[in-house]
Design a protein around this ligand. Structure first.
Ligand SMILES: CC(C)(COP(=O)(O)OP(=O)(O)OC[C@H]1O[C@@H](n2cnc3c(N)ncnc32)[C@H](O)[C@@H]1OP(=O)(O)O)[C@@H](O)C(=O)NCCC(=O)NCCS
Length: 182
C-alpha cells in the first residue's frame, strides 16, 4: 500500500474533501450503523470543520492510501475569544497558561480510519502538520494512556503539561522552536 500526505488550503476543502473526512471521522470515532454517529460526523464536516477552516493559521493534512482518504489532521492558531483557549485559561494552572496559551497552534484532531491503522500513517500526518509551523508552541488534549495516540505524541516531543484537564484527557504541549532546531 502507498500513502501520500497532502496539505490543503481552506479553498481546497470542498464537498468531496469534507465527505471523505466525514467518512474517516465516522469510522474513527463512531459506529456507522448508528444514526447518532452519522449525525455527529455530518455535523463535524458541515459545521465544525467549516467554522475552524475560517480561523487564522488553519492547516489541514490529508492522507491518501491507494486513492482513498485514510486519515487527516488539522489545527489553527488558538487565542482568546475562542472557546477552547478561553476555557483553558480558566482550567489550567496560571504558569501553564502564561507560557503556553495564546498564539499557539491548536492541534484539534488527528484521526486514521480503522482499516488503515497500525501502519504509521498518524506519524506521517503529524509530521506534515507541524513541519514549519510559524507558532512557537502547539497544544492538544488527548488521553494519556498506553494507547496509540499517547505513543504517537510522546514519541514526537510532546510533553504532558496538565495530566487531567478535561475528564480523562491531559493537556499536551510541543515546543515548536525546539523541534525546529532538532
Ligand atoms: C491515534 C491514531 C491517530 C493512531 O493512528 P495510526 O496510524 O494507527 O498510528 P501509527 O500506526 O502511526 O502508530 C502510532 C504509535 O502508536 C503505536 N500503536 C499503534 N497501534 C497501537 C495499539 N493498538 N496499541 C498501542 N500502541 C499502538 C505505534 O507503535 C506507534 O508508536 P511508536 O511510534 O512508538 O512505534 C488512531 O488510533 C486514531 O485515529 N484514533 C482515534 C482518534 C484519536 O484518538 N486521535 C488522537 C487524538 S487527537
Amino acid at each position: 500500500m502507498t500513502t501520500t500526505v497532502r496539505t490543503l488550503t481552506r479553498r481546497q476543502v470542498d464537498r468531496g474533501v469534507r465527505d471523505a473526512m466525514a467518512r474517516v471521522y465516522l469510522a474513527g470515532y463512531g459506529d456507522p450503523a448508528l444514526a447518532e454517529s452519522r449525525l455527529d460526523a455530518d455535523n463535524f464536516a458541515t459545521s465544525t470543520l467549516r467554522r475552524h477552516s475560517r480561523r487564522t493559521g488553519f492547516r489541514l493534512v490529508v492522507a491518501v492510501t491507494d486513492g482513498t482518504v485514510s486519515g487527516f489532521g488539522y489545527g489553527f492558531t488558538g487565542g482568546s475569544g475562542q472557546f477552547w483557549s478561553d476555557w483553558l485559561t480558566g482550567a489550567a494552572p496560571d504558569d501553564i497558561v502564561s507560557t503556553w496559551v495564546g498564539d499557539h497552534f491548536e492541534l484539534v484532531d488527528l484521526v486514521v480510519h480503522p482499516d488503515h491503522r497500525g501502519q504509521g500513517i498518524s506519524g506521517l500526518l503529524h509530521d506534515h502538520l507541524v513541519e514549519g509551523l510559524p507558532q512557537e508552541k502547539a497544544l492538544l488534549a488527548t488521553t494519556p494512556d498506553e494507547g496509540p495516540a499517547a505513543r504517537l505524541y510522546a514519541g514526537r516531543g510532546w510533553q504532558v503539561l496538565v495530566p487531567e484537564i478535561d475528564g480523562a484527557k491531559a493537556l499536551y504541549g510541543l515546543d515548536l522552536r525546539a523541534e525546529a532546531l532538532r
